[in-house]
Design a protein around this ligand. Structure first.
Ligand SMILES: C[S@@+](CC[C@H](N)C(=O)[O-])C[C@H]1O[C@@H](n2cnc3c(N)ncnc32)[C@H](O)[C@@H]1O
Length: 310
């Protein structure tokens, strides 16, 4: 049995070596993931919040999913009790600003693998684009912990990269690793593992989830040009923390640096993809324009239930 979040609000328990990346990566996830309204609607339908539900949005960033749940249930005349968990101080602060209507002690700073919640607290746990943030060897611990905090019969829903084969997994991992290197997100370079669909399904099975289902394929066409701001997010954060403001001149310098890095990224991808067989390029829906590249990594919404008997 673990203590409840109310008794230890905003507990910082993430191991030092995995902290850092998302304190610097201040981006609009909606924009860089090119998220579609229709996919979000399907996700919210699958989550299917009920009055009196206690829901956890895990690895929530600025709480976009939690926000969506609250905004879509309010017109129906109810609000589930929402908690969020993220290990990054900066993201928890963003969540606080995004959800002034959620009690502050429900916006918890913690490692998803070691949450300060008692067993069997939640009806539903959600993790959107989070599992891949941890190394492959650590991903089973996420689902074990999610299962621990779910009520018997409770539901786990994830929206995650979910590659059909090793080739597309490796290609996407190499491309995003290059982007993270250029942006100076060293923790992300070290930690991230983008799972294949069969690996995700095995994580669910190994953690004891039942009635596991790939419920929806997410539309995910990605442009690299939209990454210009992300590629200088670390520097922007540093200037702001040292100088407290961003002059027009500094803003211009950052924009130029972001463009330069994005040019390097696009050049890297074009060269890399020129060595990839046509059949795989086609499967990943890869194409190029003069100054951009596009590809569609597979993303799925997958759900499963904790057995009633546990
Ligand atoms: C790609 S973002 C997704 C955010 C949000 N779910 C969304 O889709 O908008 C991944 C988030 O996972 C958080 N994260 C990474 N490792 C974590 C860990 N071990 N425990 C909790 N949160 C973590 C990061 O700080 C970041 O906010």
């Amino acid at each position: 049995m673990k203590p409840d979040a109310e008794s230890i609000p905003n507990k910082i328990n993430a191991p030092k070596q995995i902290r850092g990346g998302f304190d610097d990566r201040v981006v609009d996830f909606h924009l860089i993931h090119n998220q579609k309204t229709e996919d979000v609607r399907v996700f919210i339908d699958i989550i299917d919040s009920k009055p009196n539900d206690v829901i956890l949005d895990g690895m929530d960033g600025y709480g976009a999913v939690a926000r969506e749940i609250l905004d879509t249930t309010e017109p129906k005349g109810f609000q589930p009790e929402i908690y969020t968990v993220d290990e990054s101080v900066v993201q928890v602060e963003r969540a606080r600003q995004n959800m002034p209507d959620v009690q502050e002690d429900h916006l918890v700073q913690a490692d998803i693998r070691n949450m300060p919640f008692e067993d069997k607290k939640f009806n539903t746990v959600i993790i959107k684009m989070g599992i891949h943030e941890l190394p492959k060897s650590a991903q089973p611990d996420i689902l074990k912990e999610v299962s621990r905090v779910l009520k018997p019969g409770g539901k786990f829903v994830t929206w995650e990269l979910s590659f059909p084969d090793e080739a597309s997994q490796v290609i996407f991992q190499d491309i995003i690793r290059k982007k993270d290197e250029l942006a100076g997100f060293n923790r992300l370079v070290e930690n991230r593992y983008f799972p294949r669909q069969d690996e995700l399904l095995k994580l669910f099975a190994d953690a004891g989830f039942e009635k596991v289902e790939v419920a929806h394929k997410v539309d995910a066409k990605l442009s690299m040009r939209v990454r210009e701001q992300e590629l200088v997010s670390k520097e922007r954060k540093q200037i702001m923390s040292e100088e407290g403001t961003l002059t027009a001149e500094k803003e211009k310098e950052l924009a130029e640096l972001g463009k330069e890095r994005c040019d390097q990224l696009v050049a890297f991808i074009k060269e890399y993809m020129s060595r990839v067989p046509e059949s795989i390029r086609k499967q990943m829906e890869y194409y190029e324009s003069e100054n951009d590249t596009f590809l569609s990594p597979n993303k799925d919404i997958i759900l499963g239930y904790k057995p009633e008997s546990v």
